[in-house]
Ligand binder design. Sequence first.
Ligand code: CP
Length: 310
Amino acid sequence: MKLRSKHLLGLEGMTKEEITLILDTAEPFKEILERPIRIVPTLRGVTVVNLFYEPSTRTRISFELAEKRLSAEVISFSATTSSVKKGETLKDTVRNIEAMKIDMVVVRHQCSGVPYFLTQCLDSSIINAGDGAHEHPTQALLDLFTIREKYKKIRGLKVVIVGDIKYSRVARSDIWGFTTMGAKVAVCGPTTLLPYEIEKMGIEVHHDVDEALEGADVVNVLRIQLERQKGGFLPSLREYTNKFGINVDRLKRLNENFTIMHPGPINRGVEITPEVADGPYSVILNQVTNGVAIRMAVLYLLSGGEGKVE
Ligand code: CP
C-alpha cells in the first residue's frame, strides 16, 4: 500500500488505513534506531531541505536525524540567517532553492497554509512540520505511535487534550488522528482558548479539568503559549495553573495505567508540575524518541515507498 498524496499537509482527511500504514512502517525504523549502526540506504540520492521559519528543537532535530538515518542529503535553512532578512519573499526563496534540484521540503512556518502554498509553487514533496495554528501532523503521528506502542490499541481509549486548544496545531492534528483511529477525544481549557463550535469535530468539550479527567486513559497537556499572554486570554498564569494545571492530585481521577503526554516545550509549574512531567506515567521522552522513527516512515512513504520495510 502507498499513501495517496506525495505531500503531508495534515491528518484531516487522512484515512485510518493511511495512518495505520505510517505507524506500521515506523515500527521497523524504530528497530533500526536501536541498532549499533543506525543508518540505512533507503533515501540515498534524495535531497531534503528543512525550511524553518519558526524556532524548533524537537521537530527540526528529529527530521534531520530521520533524513540522515535514511542516507538522504540534508540541507537546513533558517529564515534568520538567510536572504529572507533582506526582504526576499517566501515564493522567491523556495523557487530559488528548488532550482538547485531538490526532492522534498520539510517546512515550519508561523502562518497556517504555507505548506499548501508550497505545493502550488513547487514540484517537490512537501511535509508540514507545523503551520501556524493549523496542523502539526508528524507530532500527532508520533503521539498515536506512542499510545499504540503502550496499549497495543487506540480504539476505545479516552484521550483528553488540556490547554490552549484554540491556537494549538498539535491539538488539531491530534483530534483528527485520534478520532480517525477510534479513540474518544475530549478537550478542556478556558473558554477563551477553545475554538467556537469545536464539538462539531465529534469530541467532548469541558471547562472543568477534574470532570474532563474522569475515566481518562491519556492526558495530552499542551504548552501555554506564553507569547500570547498579552492577548488577555487568561486572567493570570497562576489562575490557569490552579484551574487547569496537571498535578499529582488530579491524576487520581484517571484510569489505572494512564499516560501523560506533552508535545514540548514544557512550561514547568504552569501547565504541568515537574512531578507529573518526570513521573512514572509520563511518556514525554518516548514521544521524542518515536518522532525520529515516525519521520523516517513519512519520508520513506512520501518518496514513493510502499508498505512495511523489512
Ligand atoms: N513538539 C514540537 O513541535 O516541538 P518543537 O517546537 O521544539 O519542534
